[in-house]
Design a protein around this ligand. Structure first.
Ligand SMILES: Cc1cc2nc3c(=O)[nH]c(=O)nc-3n(C[C@H](O)[C@H](O)[C@H](O)COP(=O)(O)O)c2cc1C
Length: 394
């Protein structure tokens, strides 16, 4: 097969992922305003599962009981039945795909432009962040997911604790070991809930891309520490912090996708393909040098199977994260596997999807027919879907 590495399985604890393609977490705006699973959200994931991705990280589910409209939530037991049917429905669409979920605590934002900072938490409140993640992990197990990813990237709480911008003076900020303290407490607490047999990954920023943020100098050390603690994979993302963003427009909350850092998370068309591979490569090298074989996920404008295979062959990463590429064409994996890569509908990196998310709208793709909430079946530019692909998709 042409893409041997890409389509080779990988095992983490008790779970074998059928290939090296991971659909990274992507807020869809398809949950209800209160954060419950909807039919549209379910169909979105079913469609992506049918296309042959090895794993799906279901979008960031909020562990905190506070308002964040249209974000998926896992902050109370009431959300478990919906999440359970989501997992079941994804498995009905593909009996191979492994289904995980990203859990996260955000920092609060208000339309007045106010944003919560890590310095705003009292020391005694931090245990609440740990407990929120533990309770969420129990719900993840109850819903039947195959693995958990703890969100420690972008503008959210744990990432902000890790950042050089965290100046807390109570042992949870300042130096890197102190900034890692809360994320480590969360990680250990979640591990205690899920046990030793269950894959538990983390997502970090390889670089924050603002002047007061982390660079690979810090992120490599963070990665080594979590490898040592037994993280089953480390997904390396970038940016999406507010620190260098302009103040929001009147009556709008701050937008983490603005500013230079904000523009780095999902690289635009003007950046080269594989924009963040060097960050994963640096993290992987540091982790390997420290003696750990923790798989490293890279994501960021990887659009071609040839490119994905080369990244794996050159040992720059172990898993290829595809987010917008799979939104644009969920059949990317099947088409690659069948050698029909020229029929992949390429992500234009236009960030139509990301801008919808920033406006709190339903996320869709500029390459789909107008108004569609899912990629249509038989989504090929010039020809009808061949019978053998059709067969795999039913
Ligand atoms: C609309 C949208 C929502 C996203 N939501 C999340 C999220 O919930 N959690 C996360 O870690 N990354 C999120 N991302 C980032 C992606 O997972 C991915 O890292 C990034 O888009 C780069 O990969 P790509 O070029 O394959 O899209 C989001 C990206 C987009 C476009």
């Amino acid at each position: 097969m042409k893409y041997e590495k890409l389509f080779s399985p990988i095992t983490m604890r008790s779970v074998t992922f059928p290939n090296r393609i991971q659909r990274t977490s992507m807020v869809s705006g398809l949950a209800t305003e209160d954060g419950y699973v909807t039919e549209d959200l379910t169909k979105r994931y079913q469609r992506e599962a049918k296309g042959g991705t090895g794993s799906i990280v279901v979008e960031a589910a909020v562990v905190l009981a506070s308002k964040s409209p249209y974000n998926l939530r896992i902050s109370s037991d009431e959300f478990v039945p919906g999440l359970t049917s989501l997992v079941k429905a994804i498995r009905e669409a593909s009996n191979e795909v492994k289904v995980g979920i990203q859990i996260m605590q955000h920092l609060k934002l208000s339309r007045s432009g106010w944003r919560q900072r890590v310095e705003d938490f009292k020391t005694e409140e931090l245990v609440g962040i740990v407990n929120n993640h533990m309770a969420a992990a129990r719900r993840v197990l109850a819903a039947g997911f195959d693995f958990i990813e703890i969100h420690m990237a972008h503008a959210y709480a744990l990432s902000s604790f890790l950042s050089r911008a965290n100046k807390r003076a109570d042992g949870y900020g300042g130096t890197l070991p102190k900034r890692m303290r809360l994320p480590i407490e969360v990680f250990r607490a979640v591990r205690a809930v899920v046990g030793e047999n269950y894959p538990l990954g983390i997502r970090i920023n390889g670089e924050d891309f603002h002047v007061t943020g982390n660079t690979p100098f810090q992120s490599t050390k963070i990665a080594v520490r979590f490898a040592e603690l037994g993280a089953d994979y480390i997904s390396v993302s970038a940016g999406a912090s507010f620190e260098d963003a302009l103040p929001p427009a009147e009556g709008h909350p701050p937008d983490p996708m603005s500013g230079y850092s904000g523009h780095r998370m999902s690289p635009w068309f003007w950046w080269p393909d594989g924009t963040h591979v060097h960050l994963a490569e640096a993290v992987r090298a540091a982790v390997r040098q420290a003696g750990f074989d923790t798989p490293i996920v890279t994501a960021g404008k990887i659009r071609e199977p040839q490119h994905a295979e080369k990244i794996l062959r050159n040992e720059k990463a172990d898993i290829i994260g595809l987010c917008r590429a799979l939104l644009a064409d969920p059949d990317w994996p099947i088409k690659a596997k069948k050698g029909r890569e020229n029929e992949i509908v390429r992500c234009a990196a236009c960030n139509w999807c990301l801008e919808a998310d920033s406006r709190y709208e339903k996320v869709n793709c500029s390459r789909w027919p107008e108004g569609a909430l899912r990629c249509p079946d038989g989504f090929m530019p010039a020809m009808a879907r061949p019978a053998e692909i059709e067969k795999e998709l039913v």
